[in-house]
Design a protein around this ligand. Structure first.
Ligand SMILES: *Cc1c(COP(=O)(O)O)cnc(C)c1O
Length: 404
């Protein structure tokens, strides 16, 4: 049985106070909090078997290697990849995207087309712009409507035999809109284009199945899934990972080195140069185990309940406007109050213990589209409560009173 009060006991940080008030943590879209199970896993690694992996014959190195590879398998099983070698450890979503964008430099030519969406995070825009500069490829953008929903007719019109790559996020971090990625992937494949899905915002809310989606690449970060910062994955279909050149040179990614010629290691090591975030990888596995113990259907139920309640309560505030009103949404509410700056609202409610994000959320084109400097973004996780939504609403009302 899902009992939010029991679950909250797993998260030590949730019992602290901020500015004299109980912490109300509603910035989960930026990073999630970590349960004791994940913290214990990190402490256990550094207390009991810290060693470099894949290199030593000694016992500690073997233990660390086994745990690191076991976590890779946990990740592979969770996301239903067909092989563990298709899971590349990276430092996170941004690193994963840059790895792929860099790899395509030698695979694209002038005039090729790359499609991104109007809803992207900067980390899924800038690397592709840099790729276009290097190759002469052209960037096309899927437009969105006033509800923050991508225009699929316009997308289909953009596809043609010059389209090489399509990059779209699974769920928008700025608005919480869930994009129709299965349709996007299938349509791209009709013209032979490669698809990369940015799942940084999705994997904490839904259980993603890589093979069912049939995406060519999928990237995500551990830190939004109750895991540590500094670790994430690049999933790629084996054929594509074989085709991409290595990203960084160094130890671990080679088969044989001489000054005349170096041959590269097989997957996944070809993309894992240097000593990785060993503890982070292992703790990512622990975070996935934790989320699965709670269950993604229970997580979705709690988050939907919070979203619906917060939506209703916030809209009772006069002059409050929510951005991203499409029906397919996760528990993210981006809003403004007429005449007030989002930063001022965020600052006042922080004094009342409430953590939200204000600004452009690394998605400036989305803000430009709505012609606003930014929004206040409240993003809920399964460990948030109705009482916390009430605290948010009353704090926002107070801020409005003080500022107007
Ligand atoms: C958080 C986020 C990113 C960036 O992830 P990092 O962990 O900072 O690399 C990219 N895209 C989306 C949609 C995100 O929410």
């Amino acid at each position: 049985m899902f009992d939010v009060n029991e679950i909250r006991k797993d998260f030590p940080i949730l019992s602290r106070k901020v500015n004299g008030y109980p912490l109300v943590y509603l910035d989960n879209a930026a990073t999630s909090q970590k349960p004791q199970q994940v913290i214990d896993c990190i402490v256990d690694y550094y207390s009991n078997y810290n060693a470099n992996i894949h290199r030593g014959v000694h016992t500690l190195s073997q233990e660390a290697t086994d745990k690191y590879e076991a976590a890779r398998n946990t990740i592979k099983e969770h996301f239903n990849a067909s092989k563990t070698s298709e899971i590349i450890y990276t430092s996170g979503t941004t690193h994963s995207i840059n790895l792929v964008a860099s790899g395509f430099t030698s695979l694209l030519k002038k005039g090729d087309e790359i499609i991104v969406s109007a809803l992207e995070h900067h980390s899924n825009i800038v690397p592709w712009q840099m790729l276009c500069e290097r190759t002469g490829a052209v960037l096309k953008v899927i437009p969105m409507n006033q509800e923050g929903v991508l225009d699929m007719d316009a997308y289909v019109d953009l596809l043609n035999d010059k389209t090489q790559l399509v990059f779209v996020n699974h769920i928008s971090n700025a608005l919480g809109i869930i994009n129709p990625i299965k349709f996007i992937i299938d349509q791209a494949h009709r013209v032979g284009a490669v698809v990369l899905i940015d799942g940084a915002q999705a994997c904490s809310h839904v259980k993603v199945d890589f093979q069912a989606l049939d995406c060519d690449f999928y990237v995500t970060s551990a830190h939004k899934m109750c895991g540590p910062t500094g670790v994430g994955i690049l999933y790629g279909k084996e054929a594509w990972l074989e085709k991409l050149p290595p990203y960084q040179g160094g130890g671990e990614m080679i088969a044989e080195v001489s000054f005349e010629k170096t041959t590269y290691a097989g997957l996944p090591h070809k993309f894992e140069a240097g000593t990785p975030n060993i503890c982070g990888g292992i703790a990512f596995g622990a975070a996935i185990d934790y989320l699965n113990t709670i269950g993604f259907s229970e997580i979705a139920k709690q988050e939907e309940m919070l979203l619906e309640y917060a939506n209703k309560k916030l809209l009772e505030i006069e002059g409050l406007k929510i951005y991203g009103t499409g029906s397919e949404k996760t528990s993210v509410i981006s809003f403004n109050i007429e005449g007030l700056h989002p930063y001022d609202i965020g600052t006042i409610i922080d004094k009342l213990g409430i953590a939200v994000r204000t600004g452009h959320h690394c998605a400036q084109p989305v803000m430009d589209f709505f012609n606003i400097p930014g929004t206040v973004r409240a993003s809920f996780a399964f460990y948030n409560t109705i009482e916390e939504v009430d605290a948010l609403v009353s704090a926002v009302k107070k801020a409005k009173m003080m500022l107007s």
